[in-house]
Design a protein around this ligand. Sequence first.
Ligand code: ATP
Length: 311
Amino acid sequence: VFQLSLPLNFLGSMYREMRQALTDMDSLFSLQNVSSQIKDAPHAKDLVWKGGEIRFENVSFGYHPDRLILDNVSFIIPPGQKTAIVGPSGCGKSTILRLIFRFYDVQQGNIYIDGQNIKDVTLASLRKDIGVVPQDTALFNNTIYHNILYGNSQATTAQVEAAARKAQLHETIQRLPKHYDTLVGERGLMLSGGEKQRVALARAILKDSPLLFFDEATSALDTHTEQAILNQIREILREKQRTSIFVAHRLRTIYDADTILVLKNGRLVEQGTHSQLLLQPSNQGVYRMMWQLQEMHHAEDSVLFDGKKES
Ligand code: ATP
């Protein structure tokens, strides 16, 4: 029995990890539309992570040949830094993440990770080391403990708890009827959108990947929790020198990025830090205009919300 149960346990955890990875990507990338034509090249080698630098070189891509989503786009995402991708809805921000995962091949140009063309590396080695914190994560019908553990089935109880603390989830869990043993998911306790985002974050912290994607990862959180979590994420990323890419609508969540890439109509129109991008002349500057518009709304919202303007 012992001999049999060991490999079965192992297979079970492999299965769960794979299912989790697929589920996270599913919600982020709607896999049902992904073609299965992407396969390992015959000569493919495993990706060797160094610092985690990503380079797009003259990349053009469209889901349909007659409509380019990215048009000759080149940029470098520096290793160990926070990069944000911003731009109007539908401009191709999430598409960039999908291309790095190689869910699709580019029509022109090349994408390199640490100098290796992603077409020449094995898909498994590419995808296993990318952590994703999606907007909406799926929960399994299991305890909240196990839902966090999916990030890394080898983790100890102490590590799970530490990850939950960093994701501002520990206190919430302490208030649940059975604490970490509370069943969640469809057949258990339903978690709110913000709680699910914090589970996703705790998983990613536990997974500890060299490359992290945050796709509108804090959109369901209240401002206070969001700020607390963003501070935590900032600390973790800085401490571990992880490369991170944030896709965001609300510029207040990314203004501290080391590099902000601004996309519009399929092209990279601006890049720089927040203060560099704000220096654009007032009648130009896509980022500057987006920022001013959002700040205006923010001021209006806070007047409406608590009767006085936030400082
Ligand atoms: P948002 O800010 O609204 O999330 P985005 O900038 O992340 O948008 P993408 O999700 O990258 O935009 O989509 C870019 C464009 O490609 C959109 O016009 C979208 O409709 C289209 N698109 C996305 N996925 C597919 C697909 N699987 N098949 C065809 N078109 C797609």
